[in-house]
Write a protein that binds this ligand. Structure first.
Ligand code: SAJ
Length: 433
């Protein structure tokens, strides 16, 4: 008997989605190209960190409704939830990398049947759902299949909106959009997600759904860029940015977000580029916001080098001259608080650059200690650069400079005495708040 649903990609979106469908009684096959992921899930375990996801996956696997495999099998509906990163061209232009989506779409050719619903859940540039249909149609033609993708299959884009750290709650309670290539496709997708989504599900066309998802993340990026730009204005004018924002936010129609060391993650730092790529002449504000946010890590790096220079006694010492190494305790590597996800993390970029930093004489003037309670081992590039993964207390005791990069709850335990006499660079206003 075919599965009810086959989910392609068992990452941060595919795994919770597959699991929640399974706990609602759907027979689900989860597909991933990484054998270790398939194995882990079939043992009822998880390979990513997200509150309560372990409990959900265990329940789904134990119920017998969720199984993982390396290739798709026949199902009533297919959900594609694979990554959509971008490539950077030689001239710096960012273009969407749809290779994972294309591979997933083509992999369905041997298993699809008339009446199947194919849902693209990956965040994608406008027009990608049409391309999914065309890739699959092409593969069916090559295989000599009698199926005609446009006539026999239904296609929809149903983007997710769940916030890492609160995924399971938001999966159920967030409104959703179901954008079909045809109205019947949108309706079928709407009905499918109503299996577990208790909020409203709005039917629309696929292109509107694609742009709506990109718009939501671009909106947040532009608003964070505003806060990050304010932090630079405040530094220049000698104003405390945290107090400024708190006061401005007392206006009934002002809600400024928080500055930080930059914007990370696989969504907000990526998705606005898909809009810029599609409409470069029009998306000027969206592009500038990306540039403002991408520049913030470089500003933090400059702040640390300046502080290190002061510690070693005068200009140039952090960047040149022999003498004592300055020890920097970098608190947090994840892209945001209370998650283990290091993808596109500004904290990783900052630590990596500081560790690579070489003084005029050729020596490295900084010793980097990274404190990240959510990981067990450093990313290879940091380890290779001489960064040491340290426990919080140990790092604080050894540090000349304490660089707060992520506002993890675990760092609340830091006592003021542990920071006494250290240079503090608090990129999140953590100790201010
Ligand atoms: N950040 C700031 N200041 C802020 C808020 C966030 O610097 O005031 C930084 C964070 O530290 C992080 C980055 O922005 O580096 C992104 O974090 P986030 O919490 O804003 O968003 P994500 O990437 O975890 O999740 C976003 C969400 N989108 C929106 O809020 C519009 C989520 O709902 C989406 O489902 C997700 O992207 C996604 O998968 O697209």
């Amino acid at each position: 008997m075919p599965f009810d649903i086959c989910v392609l990609g068992l990452g941060y979106i595919g795994l919770p989605t597959a699991s929640i469908f399974a706990t609602k009684g759907k027979r689900v096959l989860g597909v991933d190209v990484v054998p270790a992921v398939v194995d882990t899930i079939n043992h009822g375990k998880i390979h990513i960190e997200e509150p309560d996801l372990d409990v959900l996956v265990r329940a789904a696997v134990q119920s017998g409704n969720l199984r993982a495999a390396g290739t798709p099998q026949p199902a009533g509906a297919f959900i594609i939830a694979v990554p959509t990163p971008f490539n950077t061209a030689g001239d710096g232009r960012k273009t969407p990398d749809l290779s994972y989506v294309e591979a997933a779409a083509r992999s369905l050719a041997p298993v699809v049947a008339a009446g199947n619903l194919v849902i693209l859940e990956s965040t994608s540039p406008v027009g990608t759902t049409e391309r999914v249909r065309d890739w699959l149609a092409d593969e069916l033609r090559r295989a000599g299949s009698p199926l005609d993708a446009t006539r026999d299959l239904l296609f929809a884009h149903c983007p997710e909106r769940i916030l890492p750290g609160q995924m399971l709650r938001e999966l159920v309670s967030n409104d959703r959009i179901a954008g079909g290539l045809t109205p019947p496709a949108a309706e079928r997708a709407r009905q499918l997600y109503a299996t577990f989504c208790t909020a409203e599900i709005f039917a629309t066309d696929a292109r509107t759904a694609e742009l709506a998802k990109l718009t939501e993340n671009a909106f947040r990026d532009v608003n964070i860029a505003f806060a990050n730009e304010l932090s630079l204005v405040c530094e220049r004018t000698g104003v405390d940015v945290w107090e400024l924002i708190a006061l401005a936010n007392r206006h009934p129609r002002v809600k400024i977000l928080q500055p930080g060391p930059g914007v990370g993650g696989h969504c907000i730092a990526v998705d606005p580029w898909f809009i810029v790529d599609a409409a470069p002449e029009q998306a000027r504000l969206i592009r500038t916001a990306r540039e403002v946010n991408d520049a913030k890590p470089h500003h933090v790096i400059a702040q640390v080098l300046e502080a290190a220079g002061k510690i070693t006694g005068g200009a140039g010492n952090a960047t040149g001259g022999a003498g004592k190494k300055v020890t920097v305790a970098a608190l947090g590597l994840a892209f945001k608080a209370n998650v283990d996800d290091l993808r596109e993390s500004p904290a990783v970029e900052i630590v990596n650059e500081l560790a690579k930093h070489t003084a005029a004489g050729g020596e490295k003037p900084l010793q980097l200690l990274a404190v990240e309670p959510h990981i067990r081992a450093l990313p290879a590039k940091l380890a290779a650069g001489g960064v040491e993964l340290a426990a919080l207390e140990n790092a604080l005791a050894r540090a000349d400079i304490v660089l707060l990069l992520v506002d993890h709850a675990a760092f609340r335990a830091v006592q003021p005495a542990a920071l006494a006499g250290k240079t503090l660079i608090d990129t999140r206003g953590f100790w201010h708040r």
